[in-house]
Design a protein around this ligand. Structure first.
Ligand code: SF4
Length: 449
């Protein structure tokens, strides 16, 4: 069996190297000054690869300028151009970056034409030593694949295998693959199926793992750690992005924790575990609240996802401001149980939020919009709400959300029900209220059985 390594500039992604951590700029790419400044901060904060969106051909000169500016300053962190639809943009930018991230299925509706365009990109990447990430997301698989295999983890793995076979046929192996979903069960199953199939076919490409649109705060961290740690603990994944609706710098400590935990086999602060049937009682002595949160997600995410356990009760202490705080008495234990059961999709105690991390395509203040939506809807149950940064890609990436809140630009929002736009051009100041009204009305018309 061939187990491959991708070479992305100075960084190697493969079985022999450490797990690589990365994040993505959320500045507008055309704003070279702001993007260079953010790359500088991200490189300093430990990002080993930096992704920058490249929406169209008009942004290629900016990408080139950003890279030149960084190299002139001695910052040699490899750059990844994020492409959504345009193969021409991918081909034009490939000489100026270390990797391009594409979903080749989006290049063209006609599969044969998409393959032809992908092949042209491979030729350019080979010539310039540029790596390719084939990045497929649940929810944007395209009708050809979903008609063949349904909208399933299996379909995600099959879609990836089609492109990987094409790469192998072209003798091009500088490739990384990702299969993201905001649903931890879906993403874990998709990556497991892909890993298994690559092994069966004898050529194993390195995997980039992540939970997409995980949201932010505690929930975003827990959801990301549940999905990513489950895979890393099985040896699946050589590069990691923790995708949070926060500043990209905030993603890096979580990614670093995950990489260190599975590379260096660092232990968690769990001191005692007792099992009674399928319930566990876990006692921690944690140095901080944040460390406790990451530890519990990694210690119990896989066991809850795989239904080895049904419940976990947390006790012990964590330190804050030099004092030991009781996990049980402070209420943190019950909160962590709720969060963990929701992240593993075992029990939903609040709405399930899907929120993109934002990027250079973001059309509004995404973090503020997400907070406004959470403030209005946090009391609801049994509803999936997506908050997305742009109208071009957001609707396609909302996957199975019941409701979508999508930035149009110019201070306006479109509210979706499923994939259907219900209200367009709603001023941002009133959009969260309108969303709540629509959800409340729909619950009145369709009360739960
Ligand atoms: S949905 Fe969000 S992350 Fe995706 S392209 Fe639009 S703004 Fe960027």
């Amino acid at each position: 069996m061939k187990v491959l390594t991708a070479q992305v500039g100075k960084v190697r992604i493969g079985p022999d190297g450490p797990i690589v951590i990365q994040t993505m700029c959320n500045t507008h790419t055309s704003d070279v000054e702001a993007t260079v400044a953010q790359c500088r901060r991200l490189a300093r904060a430990g990002s080993q690869l930096i992704r920058i969106t490249c929406p169209g051909l008009q942004d290629v000169p900016a990408m080139k300028a950003i890279r030149e500016r960084l190299r002139a300053e001695g910052i040699d962190t490899p750059l990844v151009a994020d492409i959504h639809f345009s193969s021409e943009t991918a081909i034009a930018v490939a000489p100026y970056v270390e990797k391009v991230r594409i979903n080749p299925g989006n290049f063209h509706k006609d599969h044969a034409e998409a393959c032809r365009q992908f092949s042209r990109l491979v030729t350019v990447c080979r010539e310039h030593g540029t790596a390719i990430r084939i990045g497929l997301n649940h929810g944007s698989l395209g009708s050809r694949i979903t008609e063949l295999y349904g909208n399933t983890p299996y379909a995600m793995a099959q879609a990836a295998m089609e492109w990987l076979r094409l790469c192998a046929g072209e003798d091009f192996f500088n490739v990384v693959v990702s299969l993201k979903s905001s649903n931890t069960l879906v993403m874990v199953e998709a990556y497991r199926l892909l890993q298994q199939q690559m092994e069966e076919e004898g050529t194993v490409f390195p995997l980039h793992v992540g939970v997409t649109e995980a949201g932010g705060g505690d929930s975003g961290r827990i959801k990301s750690c549940v999905g990513i740690s489950t895979l890393l603990s099985e040896g699946i994944g050589r590069t990691v992005r923790v995708s949070l609706t926060e500043d990209p710098e905030d993603e890096l400590p979580v990614a670093r924790y995950l990489a260190d935990r599975y590379d260096k086999k660092l232990f968690s602060s769990l001191c005692n575990l007792s099992l009674s049937g399928r319930e566990a009682v876990a006692t921690y002595d944690a140095p901080s609240r944040e460390k406790l949160l990451l530890d519990v997600a990694c210690d119990f995410g896989k066991r809850l996802l795989d239904r080895e356990l049904d419940n976990v009760v947390f006790q012990g202490t964590y330190r804050e401001d030099g004092k030991d705080i009781s996990i049980g008495e402070s209420g943190l234990g019950a909160y962590l149980t709720d969060e963990l059961l929701q992240a593993t999709r075992r029990r939903f105690y609040k709405p399930e939020y899907i929120a993109c991390p934002g990027c250079g395509r973001t059309m509004y203040d995404l973090q503020a919009a997400f907070e406004a939506v959470k403030a209005r809807t946090g009391h609801l149950r049994d509803v999936v709400i997506a908050v997305m940064g742009c109208i071009v890609n957001g609707p396609g990436e909302m996957a199975d959300a019941d409701w979508g809140y999508v930035g149009e630009g110019g201070g306006k929002v479109t509210i979706y029900r499923g994939k259907t736009p219900l209200l367009r051009h709603v001023p941002e100041a009133e959009a969260a209220d309108r969303l709540l009204e629509l959800i409340t009305e729909s619950k009145r018309e369709n009360p739960p059985e």
